[in-house]
Design a protein around this ligand. Structure first.
Ligand SMILES: Cc1cc2nc3c(=O)[nH]c(=O)nc-3n(C[C@H](O)[C@H](O)[C@H](O)COP(=O)(O)OP(=O)(O)OC[C@H]3O[C@@H](n4cnc5c(N)ncnc54)[C@H](O)[C@@H]3O)c2cc1C
Length: 412
């Protein structure tokens, strides 16, 4: 029989994240929506809590570092019987649920949680033990996008040249989430542009590395609490062993190495959309109930108030996205290749998030469009979750390639 309930261990850490979201994020959500680029000082309280939890061995709150914990944590936390069944719930599932809960509080603030950047997930996924030792506690942003490309990650023009014991990086990265606040940036650069995508590697660049500067901050539609920076790398020097993974250029393998980080981060972004979607559904249910609309699970939707029928449709869509994301996270924890499921979950959740939050504005009418509730904010915040870490169209392309067994050259 299928049991869709979460294991006790995961429920506990998700509850903890929910408390943080309810008590720290929600009360200041509108404040930082109205003051873009102000540093949310409340996050320092949060950072202290994360540090405390990490020291006590409890899961991190947002869980962006979860990718690696599956390896370390499972052995300690999974029961022998569960291991025998080949079924474990480790860092990825925990990260996913924590991202969901904190995004229920506020996506922009969630993306600004110190020491939990998307670059941390990249480090956790591919760093050596020695690098984990050095970078395990940094706050890392992720810099892939450049002025000349977004979706086509193989088009990286930033270069990394080895000079003695240092890599010298040159290029411009745009739209870097937490780019001005993080202590480190994981930068994608080519070690040999003549070798194409196989030469693209990721490098951990400390914020104070000579030659790294913040050129500007973006003004955006939503997630205004999150800083989005343009970074310049001008003869930026970093130690030779700050390259993640092997420096060898393996043309056979392509850039599978760096792309692998998406298998961990896409379900996380899906979870963010699921978190903000649930926030909108809860608020919508409250508004509809106050307006006297009854939502019943016993009567066919077509026999109910039109708003109730629409609510039930949105809720079913939400649930499908939730289950797809859980599957992608569970597969990662159980070392099953999950690129297809990671993209499926992000495509579904990204679409669901924008649909649910915008429909909630619509069904709540003028109240939904006003700033008296957070509904209009959530409809702005959710759109990015269908754009970064691969747009809706790119996820669909990846799913199609996998299902049809076509290469990126055969299906563009
Ligand atoms: C707020 C914000 C935060 C971000 N944070 C980060 C970050 O931390 N790190 C980072 O590296 N980047 C980040 N990005 C960049 C983001 O990942 C890119 O914007 C995204 O990948 C899309 O790239 P693009 O904007 O160049 O759009 P394009 O690639 O130019 O795409 C434009 C449109 O064309 C569609 N399209 C493109 N190719 C195809 C195709 N083959 N088939 C069908 N449709 C296609 C796209 O889906 C999209 O709808 C961020 C962006 C924003 C807005």
């Amino acid at each position: 029989m299928i049991n869709l309930e979460l294991p006790k261990k995961l429920r506990a850490s998700a509850n903890q994240a929910h408390q943080v979201a309810a008590q720290i994020f929600r009360p200041v959500s509108r404040k930082y929506d109205l003051s873009e680029h102000d540093y949310p000082v409340e996050l320092d309280t949060m950072a202290a809590m994360v540090e405390g939890l990490a020291d006590s061995g409890t899961q991190d709150i947002s869980g962006a570092t979860g990718g690696r914990k599956s390896e370390k944590g499972d052995g300690e936390e999974t029961s022998h019987a569960t291991e025998l069944l080949g079924n474990s719930n480790g860092g990825n599932m925990s990260a996913l649920l924590n991202a969901l809960e904190t995004s229920w509080g506020d996506v922009g603030l969630m993306l600004s949680i110190p020491y939990q950047g998307l670059g941390n997930a990249a480090i956790a996924a591919v760093a050596t033990d020695e690098q984990l030792e050095r970078f395990g506690k940094v706050w890392a942003a992720m810099a892939i996008t450049e002025p000349s490309f977004g979706s086509d990650s193989a088009a990286v023009t930033t270069t990394a040249t080895l000079d003695g014991d240092e890599w010298v990086l040159n290029g411009t990265k745009i739209f870097v989430t937490a780019g001005s606040r993080a202590t480190h940036i994981v930068v994608w650069a080519s070690v040999d542009r003549s070798k194409g995508r196989a030469a693209i590697k990721s490098f951990v660049v400390p914020r104070d590395a000579p030659g790294l500067s913040v050129a500007r901050l973006e003004h955006k539609l939503g997630i205004k609490a999150s800083d989005t920076a343009e970074l310049r790398l001008e003869d930026c020097r970093i130690p030779k062993d700050n390259i993640l993974g092997s420096p060898e250029v393996n043309v056979e393998k392509g850039f599978a190495g760096v792309m692998q980080t998406f298998d961990n981060t896409r379900p996380l972004v899906a979870a963010m959309a699921i978190g903000v979607g649930r926030a909108a559904l809860e608020e919508l249910r409250r508004i509809l109930t106050e307006a006297g609309v009854e939502i019943s699970y016993d009567i066919p939707a077509m026999n109910q108030h039109a708003a109730a029928a629409e609510f039930l449709r949105l809720e079913a869509d939400w649930e499908a996205a939730y289950l797809l994301a859980l599957r992608a996270g569970w597969m990662a924890d159980n070392k099953k290749p999950n690129s297809l499921e990671a993209s499926m979950s992000k495509a579904k959740a990204g679409r669901m998030g924008t649909d649910v939050t915008l429909k909630a504005v619509e069904l709540a009418g003028a109240l939904g469009y006003s700033q008296r509730t957070l509904l209009e904010k959530w409809s702005r915040d959710s759109k990015i979750l269908d754009i970064f870490e691969g747009t809706q169209q790119i996820q669909q392309l990846i799913v199609a390639r996998r299902v049809l067994e076509l290469t990126s050259t055969e299906l563009k």
